[in-house]
Design a protein around this ligand. Structure first.
Ligand SMILES: [Zn+2]
Length: 220
């Protein structure tokens, strides 16, 4: 999870749809277009890229219209994959997840891949919001209570591994050829917030900054 710059004004359809007595939609084309762009077509929770079946996720749940104002509130709409949307749809995550458009998750949470484990942890265990958000991200990579969820979390884990291996290869390369502009360009692209699993890659470089001081400019 990385900081997202939500664009304003809110898509015009939201205000129009909110006024409809019943059947208003929060997924009109302007909303879909703007969310996809703002979130770089990446699930804000697991950070998998180029979603084939994206969903609009409500950070604060509207409970089938019980909290109607939340349905059409632009600040409450997020771009997520179906897997993460379902995992988050548990009462324990109803309140208290970090709003990544307002707070920078990278400042509050460490995202690590250690061997075969995804370790997502709050930097400050007293920060309840960071602890809960870390638990959610951790869960989307670990949940295996149904065969489908096990399959989906495995897919994400493999994608994360693939992306991290590309990063490691390029880090090896830059150690061997510190002057290589091509490798530096690749690393810059890999470390952009827009890239897949950016929080994990940026965290790795941040924690190994002593070995790669020239890359710090890309993770601020
Ligand atoms: Zn996801």
């Amino acid at each position: 999870m990385v900081k997202i710059e939500r664009s304003f004004p809110a898509p015009a359809s939201l205000e129009i749809e909110a006024r409809k007595k019943s059947g208003g939609s929060y997924s009109e084309p302007d909303v879909v277009r703007q969310l996809k762009e703002d979130f770089h077509n990446k699930c804000y929770i697991c950070e998998i890229k180029d979603l084939q079946d994206p969903e609009i996720e409500h950070l604060l749940p509207h409970k089938n219209g019980k909290y109607a104002e939340r349905m059409f509130d632009w600040n409450n709409l997020f771009w997520a994959c179906g897997h993460c949307n379902k995992v988050k749809n548990q009462a324990k995550y109803d309140e208290g997840i970090i709003d990544c458009c307002r707070q920078d998750p990278e400042e509050l949470i460490s995202f690590r891949l250690q061997g075969a484990n995804v370790l997502v942890e709050a930097k400050n265990q007293d920060d309840a919001r960071a602890v809960l958000t870390a638990a959610l991200v951790q869960e989307v990579f670990h949940l295996r209570n149904t065969a489908m969820r096990d399959y989906k979390r495995t897919m994400r884990f493999q994608e994360l591994n693939r992306e991290m291996n590309i990063l490691y290869d390029n880090l090896e390369e830059i150690k061997k050829n510190p002057e290589s502009k091509i490798v530096m360009r690749k690393l810059k692209a890999l470390l952009r917030k827009e890239s897949g699993f950016a929080a994990f890659k940026r965290n790795y470089v941040r924690e190994n900054a002593g070995r790669f001081p020239q890359l710090l400019q890309y993770i601020v």
